[in-house]
Design a protein around this ligand. Sequence first.
Ligand code: FE
Ligand code: FE
Length: 200
Amino acid sequence: MALDSLRQLYVEQLQDLYSAENQILKALPKMAEAAKHPQLRDGFQMHLRQTEEQVRRLEEIFQSLGERPGGVTCEGMKGLLKEGDKTLKEKADSDVLDAALIADAQRVEHYEIAGYGCVRTYARMLGRQQDVDLLQRTLDEEGQTDQKLTQLAESVVNLDAAKGEREVGRGAYREGGATGATGATGRSSGTSSSGDVSAR
Ligand code: FE
Ligand code: FE
C-alpha cells in the first residue's frame, strides 16, 4: 500500500499497533507467571486486562474507518518480546529476574507510548475526535503502567535484587536506618508504596 496520505499513514500505524498489542496479549501471561513479587504479577495481570480493552478500542477505530486491522506484523514489538523471552529463559535469581522483567516491560511501554502518541496526533490532524479520545485513553494507561513499573522497581524490586550487593549501591539508594529522615524526604511523597519497603 502506498503511503500517499496522512490518513494512509494513520491506518498503517494503527495496524502496526494492533499487531503489537496482540503480541503483548500473548506475552503478558508468561511474564505474570514468571514474576515473583506479587505486586509485579498483579501489575502484569492488570495490564493484560487493559491491553484487551486497548485491542477493543483499536477495533472500534478500524470499524469506523472502514479498514481492516490485520495483515501487518509489528517487527519492533516482535524484537522486544523476543528479548523478553530470552529473559524468561535465563537462569536467574528470582529478584534479579523481576528487575529484568521490569526493564523489558518498560521498553515495551515506551515503544507503545511512542506509537500511540503519533496516531493520537494524526487523529487530531485528521479531525477524528472520537479516535483521539480512545487513543488518549490508551496512551494514558501505557504511561501509568510505565510509572507504576518505575515505582515498583525503585521502592521494592531493585532493592531486593541488590541485596547482598550493598557496596555496589552505596550512596545511590537507601542507606541504613540512621539516614531514615533523609531517605524519607529523598523519596517523593508520591511514592506511597514506600510503606511496602519498611514492612519488609
Ligand atoms: Fe498496550
Ligand atoms: Fe502496554
